[in-house]
Ligand binder design. Structure first.
Ligand SMILES: Nc1nc2c(ncn2[C@@H]2O[C@H](COP(=O)(O)OP(=O)(O)OP(=O)(O)O)[C@@H](O)[C@H]2O)c(=O)[nH]1
Length: 500
């Protein structure tokens, strides 16, 4: 555009010069001036003086010709003036655009030293007359900024994908019941579909909300149970206190009756030796009545004792119920505790379970130095399964793969799902020469699962990277080696095992 305007300007200027030459040659023709044309004569001599630098007699130029030339000259000058205004406007506009572009580039965060230098000049309004050069430089930087923003976008896309996978994993590690579980399932479904970058924060917040709500729900259940337990215990305590005092009073009464009967018997014995028969009979009768009275009281005591036993048996029943409830609660807590280490989708161990077992196996390896193998597995092209047959099909595949893995290995081996379609296997106490066989069997079994999605038979393969723990290894270093091996298996074409 600028190029074109400049060329146009040159053509215009050339034409102006041509015209001016004609005007000049016209003015140079020495023609007589009439008295009426004195002003035109003055004008022509004025132009003559401007263009030639020489004075000419006022009557030396033809008046009509002079007038024509003068009007042409005026027109040319007018055009020239307009063009000048237009060019000035274009210049101002392009400077403004340049400034706007440099501000935008500055805001883009793209600033190699050359770009920074140019931008400082441009944003300070220091344009030089070589606009073209500056524009070209600016264009170069624009292109670089665009390329960098495309790369950045790709990275942020990767990051977004990773975040979604991590959120899915977290959901799989949560084991809530009731409405929270339903909401979590919905959120899981949403994450498996495409979640826009802008929606991610609200999904994270929702997950936090649900986790808090789930914890509250669990806590409410536990509190309710403990309140019940407490109420029952209070009741038992009250009964126990009554029973205790009742028992004590029965014991006191029994002792008292015992003493009384013993006293009466002693008195009968004494009277037997010291009294006459008539007197003796009367005394014995008296004592017998007293003993009878004691026996009646004793019977009442027996009834109270019976009631006491009844109450004790009820208490025993209550304590029994309490014990059963406490046992049940303990089982629930244990089950919840176990669930913390179980992946809800596949029902094998999750990342937390894997960390716990890895730690244990590592300590045993340090102590007993028996071989320990870590294998990392990743399902090949799993994204395609999800994309082509839907996430439910993907979930089903993951469940079956996990089950097959468990069935394919020994009970003492360990299997965990630690990421979306990533699994880990620990083979303890297995020598190097014996490792490849079970791992190969595992891969073959998975490959042979007869998956059918949308009536189509589908073969799913896995890539596997494995390593044996070596002298000086930490858990981290061994995991990294296994991960590298897995990476090589993927890049060598997938569906294979790489041992490091
Ligand atoms: N159905 C389902 N898909 C999941 C789950 N977790 C992760 N994924 C998906 O697994 C896919 C993994 O894709 P990528 O990491 O690209 O790997 P891939 O397609 O298996 O490709 P390669 O590993 O390179 O062979 C993504 O589409 C995830 O959304 C899950 O729990 N269920």
């Amino acid at each position: 555009m600028n190029d074109f305007d400049d060329r146009q300007m040159l053509i215009e200027l050339a034409s102006v010069i041509d015209r001016l030459e004609i005007v000049l040659s016209g003015l140079q023709q020495p023609l007589a001036l009439s008295a009426n044309d004195s002003s035109a004569g003055r004008l022509s001599s004025h132009w003559h003086r401007i263009f030639t630098g020489n004075q000419v007699a006022a009557n030396a130029v033809d008046t009509s010709r002079q007038q024509q030339l003068a009007s042409e000259l005026t027109q040319q000058l007018e055009r020239l003036r307009n063009e000048h205004v237009r060019m000035r406007h274009i210049k101002q506009l392009s400077e403004k655009k340049l400034q706007h572009a440099s501000t935008q580039l500055q805001q883009s965060g793209f600033s190699p030293p050359e770009a920074a230098e140019l931008l400082t000049l441009l944003t300070q309004g220091q344009f030089n007359h070589q606009h073209h050069g500056q524009l070209l430089q600016l264009l170069d930087h624009y292109q670089a900024a665009l390329a960098s923003s495309i790369t950045h976008h790709a990275h942020s896309h990767d990051h977004q994908h990773e975040l979604c996978t991590r959120l899915l994993q977290l959901i799989d590690e949560l084991h809530f019941s009731g409405p929270v579980a339903t909401e979590l399932a919905k959120l899981r479904h949403q994450l498996q579909q495409r979640v826009e970058k802008t929606e991610l924060p609200s999904v994270c917040l929702k997950l936090i909300d649900l986790t808090i709500e789930g914890c509250r729900f669990e806590r409410k259940n536990a509190t309710r149970f403990l309140t019940n337990l407490n109420a029952h215990l209070e009741e038992v305590h009250r009964h126990f206190a009554i029973t205790l005092s009742e028992g004590q009073s029965i014991v006191d009464a029994r002792t008292h009756h015992g003493h009384h009967i013993a006293g009466e018997l002693r008195a009968i014995g004494e009277h037997l030796f010291s009294q006459s028969n008539v007197q003796l009979t009367a005394d014995i009768e008296l004592r017998m009545r007293s003993i009878n009275h004691i026996l009646v009281q004793h019977e009442r005591l027996q009834e109270r004792e019976h009631a006491l036993l009844q109450r004790m048996s009820e208490m025993d029943q209550q304590i029994h119920t309490l014990k059963a409830e406490a046992e049940n609660f303990k089982l629930q807590l244990n089950a919840q505790n176990d669930k913390l280490f179980i992946d809800s989708l596949t029902q094998i161990h999750n990342r937390a379970g894997m960390d716990q077992r890895l730690d244990l196996e590592y300590r045993q390896w340090l102590r007993y130095e028996k071989p320990l193998c870590i294998a990392l597995l990743d399902v090949d092209y799993f994204k395609e399964i999800n994309d082509k047959y839907g996430h439910l099909a993907g979930d089903k595949a993951l469940r079956l793969i996990a089950k097959t893995m468990q069935q394919s290995l020994r009970e003492t081996d360990f299997v965990a799902r630690f990421g979306g379609e990533e699994f880990m296997v620990l083979l303890s106490n297995t020598d190097q020469k014996d490792i490849e066989k079970p791992l190969q069997k595992l891969c073959d079994r998975i490959k042979n699962i007869p998956f059918r999605f949308k009536e189509e038979p589908v073969t799913i393969t896995i890539s596997l990277g494995a390593t044996l723990l070596k002298q000086g290894d930490s858990i981290q270093s061994a995991l990294e080696r296994a991960d590298q091996a897995l990476y090589r298996a993927k890049h060598a074409g997938r569906d294979q095992i790489v041992m490091d």
